[in-house]
Design a binder for this molecule. Sequence first.
Ligand code: UGA
Length: 443
Amino acid sequence: MEETSITNCIDDLCIAVVGAGYVGLTVAGFFSELGNSVTCVDNNYQKIENLKKNKIPIYEPGIEYLIIKNKKRGTLSFSHSIKEATKKSDVIFICAGTPSHSDGSPDLSAIESVVEQIAKAMDNSYRLIVEKSTVPAHTGKKIKQTICRNNPAAVFDIASNPEFLREGSAVYDIFHPDRIVIGVESKKAEQILTRLYEHIKAPIIVCDIETAEIIKHASNSFLATKISFINAVSNICERLGADIRKVSEGMGLDKRIGKDFLNAGIGFGGACFPKDLDAFIHLAHTVGYDFGLLREVKKINEEQRKYMLKKIEDTLWIIKDKTIGVFGLSFKPDTDDIRNSVSIEVIKLLQKQGAKIKCYDPRAMDVAKIVLDKSVQFCKNIYQTAKDSDCLVIMTDWEEFKNMNLKKIKKALKQPVIIDGKNIFEHQSMKNLGFIYKCIGKD
Ligand code: UGA
């Protein structure tokens, strides 16, 4: 009886999204676009004030449009107060950050603090609390315990609904998921979540909470494994004179393998893979399993990141006083996120050896200025970056770089040297144009 009544009035459900990072904002924009009434909360006062004035804190294609549109039509609002958002919501998505401790375990203190505040604000009407952040298995249970401890009268369910959003295409991904994973403990929670996603065409996997949590861990770790695998093969290709791009193509056409995440390069970065890999290794360790495969994935990735520096040294010999033009600062294209960016790491290492750095990124210059030394020259465009540089280093595969006028670049450079960490050009045609062209996985 009770379950029926919840489903019948589900169109009237109010949603709170806690956390206004790239996941929280995308989730809030998505559910409000579907017509739900959404309040997005964050404890960063300035961030919320800016969002109220339509100032979006991140660059993510499509997010600005989604937020402004839904604010205007009244389905999306922003608040500093978890208490206020909890009081008026039936479903609460937790999208708070989970940074890593030094031993690789995730720091869940932000999640705990959010859950305590939610619990204290809950009255005795039913609420569904949903984990969206990537968290270790068993976090669902901890959330439940925390709510019961802080508010024994609370009436609620816990669910896990992990996100699979890629930065740079998060808005597209949330509307076109490959699958929707719903980890629940009750029929009521399952009905609410399946109903919230009813207009999205994708298979829905319903399972228990721990299984949903593991699906997220295992998916990110598997993708990271694919990247490290292909990077390891790229090393062999270089030594044997083979071409990694063809190897990837040849492997990827096998439907059992698939072509995605087989691009060799400078190793993976960002806020997810390195952290999630550590978290899964740590989780396995805590339950008595040594996940040696993932430790190797991590090691290969760390070596690959250093390998880019070695390539630059091998090509230029003495780094001191050389001018190096760096294309790309974000950890991947279509984002301004520089967390765990290989480019930033390599720039710092080159500077230690006395290199003069010029750089350009279509979106990440402002954030990079905060973390990079003042001596770095931030250029207006790719051609200004190339001007009088001893070599160009490509660190992010932005579309703009793939379309550059190579003749103009060659003229601008002091020496026609390009070291391409993302394999955006074809090896032979670059040589035909007269470049000394070094890439990954083809000597
Ligand atoms: C990743 C996952 O792809 C998402 O499904 C997941 O939701 C997200 O983490 C998360 O846990 O929140 P993201 O880190 O935004 O998304 O970006 P990816 O597109 O996965 O790229 C990660 C890194 O791998 C980047 O540094 C990228 O350059 C690198 N990469 C990717 C490669 O080196 N080769 C490839 O073939 C693909």
